[in-house]
Design a protein around this ligand. Structure first.
Ligand code: C5P
Length: 285
């Protein structure tokens, strides 16, 4: 039996624009995505000679074939055309769920990376990303990681220069919002500001964290702020404590704030924890 280990990095959306509804029912997106050091840990046993099994340290996560990590393994072996002779996936969960941080997609991406590496890279980067797209819209980015412009459903990726060194403070309020419902509720009347993806790309090329922060923008932000006043409260706390930017990630409900130093991040963490919010501090990876 062989055991593979892989970090499964969360993603944040530095920008997120929704350009319209597609014929397949999904929405056309344009988003600058960034992976961060907040991660789950994945272990995969190959050759267990037992039926497939998945376990997770958190009780609310499904442990059957609906789990994206399981689906990623199934998609990999179907395309590879071999049978691992039994497989077990163990997930140490740290990424909060229903946060817009791609928790399930991160696990799926880590499974695809680990399996492709173990079997001697049978799939090129592009081919692996195509497999990832079958598993979920955010899985291609969570397989690639780094900094990238995502288009289409999220599966068309173009690598960008890395986000300049900074800290990301993540605050997860205790409610969750339904992603499909939010996509349905989003129309131009609730979009207050759209991202300028050319400008953020220029700022990334220049390596200018202030300029990157100025362009952080998510079309879901105003909609969530209207429905959940807590989002606005969190953003105000972060900005008043010196955050360069504070914005919803994905379709929420986590809010991400950018600061320059660990000290700045600790100041925001203290202010948020005083109001009983769950807080995580991470770096771009
Ligand atoms: O692909 P995934 O299962 O992660 O998407 C979850 C839900 O988010 C979809 O069922 C859809 O309602 C919405 N979605 C969308 N357009 C996208 C990505 C997600 O409408 N590009």
């Amino acid at each position: 039996m062989t055991t593979l280990c892989e970090h499964a990095y969360a993603k944040i959306n530095l920008t997120l624009d929704v350009l319209g509804m597609r014929e397949d029912g999904y929405h056309e997106l344009k988003s600058v995505m960034q992976s961060i050091s907040l991660c789950d840990e994945i272990e995969i046993d190959l050759g267990t000679n037992r039926p497939w099994k998945l376990s997770c340290t958190r009780q609310d996560i499904p442990v059957d074939e609906t789990n994206l990590a399981w689906r990623a393994a199934k998609t990999f072996f179907d395309a590879f055309g071999t049978d691992p002779q039994g497989l077990e996936i163990r997930i140490v969960k740290r990424i909060p769920s229903e946060a817009g941080l791609g928790g399930g997609s991160a696990d799926a991406g880590a499974v695809l990376r680990a399996l492709n590496r173990h079997y001697g890279v049978p799939f090129s980067e592009n081919a692996l990303l195509q497999l990832a797209a079958k598993v979920g819209s955010d899985v291609p980015f969570c397989t690639l990681c780094g900094t990238a412009m995502a288009q289409g459903r999220g599966e068309m990726l173009r690598k960008l220069p890395p986000m300049p060194d900074c800290r990301i403070v993540i605050c997860k309020p205790d409610f969750s919002a339904s992603t499909p419902a939010l996509y349905r509720a989003l129309d131009s009347s609730v979009i207050l500001r759209r991202p300028d993806n050319d400008k953020i790309e220029e700022a990334l090329i220049a390596g200018d964290i202030s300029a990157v922060s100025r362009e952080i923008c998510n079309v879901f932000d105003a909609l969530l702020c209207k429905q959940y006043p807590q989002i606005d409260e969190i953003k105000k706390i972060c900005i008043s404590c010196g955050a360069l930017a504070s914005q919803l990630t994905g379709s929420g409900s986590a809010v991400i704030s950018v600061v320059r130093t660990q000290e700045d991040a600790d100041t925001i963490r203290n202010a948020l924890e005083n109001r009983n919010f769950a807080v995580f501090i991470a770096k771009p990876v």
